[in-house]
Write a protein that binds this ligand. Structure first.
Ligand code: AHR
Length: 508
């Protein structure tokens, strides 16, 4: 722990309590938080698939048909709603026929994007779809547009979803008679870059062509997602929506909390308070970015038919020292947990367009849920945020207003030190509160108006220091614990929100 992180930042002092006013009278029952915004992303990258999710049935690591048991259970506990696969950049060099049939006949390939590692294709279509069945989540297939063909993608959809015909017979010969369900189909990934370096106008035409032949078989209905923009590329969204908006159900957006694309991205575990507050500002900038993309979508799709799918997001730091730079393996601290909470809050504020989000990646890569080493597994601080936020999945947004102190941070951004989101489901109200300050506890009040609360319970994620993380072979430093600090008063709930903490209250 760097001593400097305990030093107070000069943020001034606030005497009265910060407030979060819940607007129960303004609930819009259509503002449902899609469970899919808690989506995951499994890419053939580093040890995400091999070693992370999959060890193979012959492994000494305890497994169920090849899926490691510890990770499987951890993901079941997270109620993962959707999993994107097989990339990322890997998707546009993936040829699905290489990953079906007897293992000994599967060809190998070089994973050109990610360290030149040899991919043996032992985890393919059956292994992915069976995993989704085990987890009870929707599969989200990322189709190869960059180096594949229309026929290849069309037949993949047929192989997965058709009840009869040549592709169904091939699937049956490979051991699976019943078709799987496939809802989410991505037509390319980052088609402006690793997915083919297309111009937006050209991609829009290519998208139109590909989606024509991706058909609904045997009662399956595809939700087709166009490859969208990165960050601030509003032109991409505009041109693709204009050219192909009527032929899609969704368009993606990628936004990483990253210092830049050249040179060092900074250490995942060693950073200054200033770096930490910069990270909060950068991660919150996803909100104006989303709003600008939505404004374009509103213009091109005024009936709000097309969803915005943030199908890659999260922190991106330097790889852990001594690891393969092409494998993007990074640790995950309390700072990453804060990024997760703040980003999820943003998605929950934009439910009318944001229909899915997939944090990158589920295991052993960027802002992962789990890290594995041999037969050991670590649950990251980010994992615990996803767990703590489960009550928001599928709930209706409760609008709220926050009064708090604002801090100027590096990069010419402003950060509100108290961040909040709230939702309601089955008669329960879930309120998640984040105290971004490293060193100042907050007195928080939640005025309730006429709304009556009989019980309040809660959970908290915090850590000794903002750079705390969970490590192999050590007791967990950052975890989810019960929070007993909330009190029901006259027309309000009050609590002391510790510095650098995330609390979720469940009020009934
Ligand atoms: O998440 C790592 C990579 O970031 C993905 O493969 C790609 O889509 C993006 O550039």
């Amino acid at each position: 722990m760097a001593a400097t992180l305990t030093a107070a930042m000069s943020v001034g002092s606030v005497s009265q309590a910060e407030t979060v006013t819940l607007k129960f009278d303004q609930i819009d029952s259509t503002a449902v938080i899609m469970p899919e915004i808690y989506g995951q992303f499994a890419e053939h990258l580093g040890a995400c698939i091999y070693g992370g999710l999959w060890v193979g049935p012959e492994s000494p690591i305890p497994n169920t048909s090849g899926y490691r048991n510890d990770v499987l259970q951890a993901l079941k506990d997270l109620k993962v709603p959707v999993m994107r696969w097989p990339g990322g950049c890997f998707a546009d060099e993936y040829h699905w026929r290489d990953g079906i049939g007897p293992l000994k006949d599967r060809p190998t390939q070089v994973n050109n994007n990610w360290g030149g590692t040899v991919e043996d294709n032992s985890f393919g279509t059956h292994e992915f779809f069976n995993l989704c069945e085990l987890l009870g989540c929707e599969p989200y297939l990322s189709g190869n547009v960059g180096s594949g063909t229309v026929q290849e993608l069309a037949q993949w959809v047929e192989y997965i979803t058709a009840a009869d015909g040549p592709m169904a017979r091939l699937r049956e010969a490979n051991g699976r008679k019943e078709p799987w369900k496939l809802k989410y189909l991505g037509v390319g990934n980052e088609s402006w870059g690793c997915g083919g370096n297309f111009t937006p106008a050209y991609y829009a035409d290519v998208y139109r062509r590909y989606q024509t032949y991706c058909r609904d078989f045997s009662g399956n209905r595809l939700y087709k997602i166009a490859s969208g923009a990165s960050d601030y590329d509003y032109k991409w969204t505009d041109v693709v929506m204009k050219g192909a908006g009527s032929k899609m159900n969704g368009i993606s957006l990628h936004y990483y909390t990253v210092t830049g694309w050249r040179g060092s991205k900074g250490s995942a575990t060693e950073f200054s308070p200033e770096d930490y507050y910069w990270t909060m500002g950068k991660c919150l900038e996803i909100e104006p970015v989303i709003e600008k993309h939505i404004a374009i979508m509103d213009k091109r799709d005024p009936k709000n038919r097309v969803g915005l799918m943030v199908d890659e997001w999260g922190t991106w730091w330097d790889v852990e020292p001594g690891t393969n730079p092409g494998h993007l393996y990074q640790q995950n601290t309390m700072r990453d947990a804060m990024v997760a909470a703040l980003s999820l809050n943003v998605f929950q504020r934009h439910t009318s367009r944001v229909k899915m989000a997939n944090i990158a990646q589920v295991a052993n890569v960027l802002q992962s849920m789990v890290l594995t080493r041999g037969d050991q597994m670590v649950l990251t601080p980010t994992y615990y945020v996803f767990k703590q936020y489960i009550p928001h999945q599928g709930a209706v947004v409760v609008p709220l207003e926050v009064e708090t102190e604002t801090m100027d941070v590096r990069g010419d951004r402003k950060v509100d030190l108290l961040q909040a989101t709230a939702s309601r489901k089955d008669g329960k109200t879930a309120v998640s509160l984040t105290n971004v300050s490293i060193d100042r506890d907050m007195d928080v009040e939640l005025p309730l108006g006429d709304f009556k609360v009989k019980t309040v319970e809660g959970s908290i994620i915090t850590a000794p220091t903002i750079d705390s993380y969970n490590d192999f072979g050590k007791a967990e430093t950052v975890t989810l614990k019960p929070f007993k600090g909330a009190r029901i008063g006259k027309g309000k709930v009050t609590l002391k929100l510790p510095a650098k903490s995330i609390v979720t209250l469940i009020m009934e």
